[in-house]
Ligand binder design. Structure first.
Ligand code: ARG
Length: 339
């Protein structure tokens, strides 16, 4: 390895280094509550692929294998590392499966406001798939080092989605809501032993609140609480009626109920928090430091009802041999890489 490094300025890692490095990068991620499962990561070595088309084919395969008809498998697909002096392979999408966002003339947004910028960027690249709907699947943008970005439409049949209904409110299904089964993050850099993998998309399964409390609930996202509260007949004129809190609970019940009904893996935040406490214990027993970012680990609803709320955490994680992080300056912003 030393001589290779001296000769070429980089080195090619073994399959074992890649597999173990990816697991440890997950274990080191301070923001993830699901790390109990870090050894159950399926690692796919796709470093040999050299064209955007082949990479796209591998991404579709990743989606199919990880979705596994609803029994979701944690998976990472690792493409060729960044060579010294180049920008590395880049996937512009923050996740492989994302919904478009369209700004209307009156300032309102149809779809996911988080992806307005990406939607406009793919339209500039010539995307013709825009339907103007609330849940239009965005195409994938792959940029090989030193090349123009290329755009690919995902085959519909590889994307599993769950339509939302509520265990008691029959009107809920008429809201026409759904979400995708698989969260595959594709804008983070995996670093193992000094080698940078700028394209290494990975997935776990959803925790219900990611969809119910954030994606569908946030004012800056689908902002559905007012609509749900009105349908529930709540008094929305005063904050003190706690209409937001009540609507939030029912939206989150609908998410968990619907995924379960569809046979798609999902975890509730109470169970996830409990599993994280087990993880904390195992890490302590193994003599390792556990780094955790409290603001990310505590679920976005009912925080104090989960044990993690009451657990102080250490955030610093200097000198990690292997980690996975958002690429600086490129958080959901399509454009040239700034590493
Ligand atoms: N919060 C993101 C989303 O709602 C997904 C982040 C990764 N989540 C996971 N469960 N692995 O799409």
């Amino acid at each position: 390895m030393r001589s290779e490094l001296e000769r070429s300025g980089t080195y090619w890692q073994t399959q074992e280094e890649l597999t173990y490095g990816a697991m440890v990068a997950w274990r080191n991620n301070a923001r993830c509550i699901g790390r109990l499962n870090w050894q159950k990561l399926h690692v796919r070595d796709m470093r040999a692929l050299s064209t955007a088309q082949d990479i796209f084919t591998a991404l579709v395969e990743h989606i199919r294998l990880a979705t596994n008809r609803g029994k979701i498998q944690s998976m990472i697909t690792i493409f060729a590392p960044q060579s010294p002096g180049d920008a590395g392979i880049r996937i512009w999408n923050p996740q492989l499966i994302r919904y478009a966002g369209y700004r209307q003339a009156d300032g309102c947004v149809v779809g996911d406001p988080l992806h307005i910028e990406l939607t406009e960027a793919v339209q500039r690249l010539g995307w013709l798939g825009a339907q103007g709907g609330a849940f239009d699947l965005l195409p994938i943008v792959i940029q090989m080092p030193g090349h123009a970005p290329e755009i690919f439409e995902l085959p519909r049949d590889c994307i599993l989605e769950v339509t939302l209904s509520h265990p008691e409110f029959s009107w809920f299904a008429d809201l026409g809501l759904k979400w995708h089964a698989l969260p595959v993050i594709s804008n983070m850099r995996l670093e193992i032993g000094g080698i940078s993998y700028t394209a290494a998309p990975f997935n776990g399964w959803y925790m219900g609140t990611e969809i119910g409390a954030r994606n569908l609930g946030d004012v800056e996202r689908y902002n559905l609480l007012p609509c749900i509260a009105r349908a529930m007949g709540l008094e929305t004129h005063s904050d003190r009626t706690l209409w937001k809190d009540r609507a939030l609970v029912e939206l989150n019940r609908a998410v968990l109920h619907s995924f379960e009904l569809a046979g798609v893996t999902i975890i509730d935040h109470h169970t996830a928090a409990r599993q994280f406490m087990h993880h904390e214990k195992y890490e302590r027993q193994a003599g390792r430091n556990l780094y955790a970012d409290w603001g990310w680990i505590v679920p976005p609803m009912s925080g104090s009802t989960t044990p993690v709320f009451h657990t102080p955490t250490k955030t610093a994680s200097l000198h990690l041999i292997s980690f996975i992080r958002t690429i600086p300056g490129r958080n959901n912003v399509p454009g040239p890489a700034t590493l």
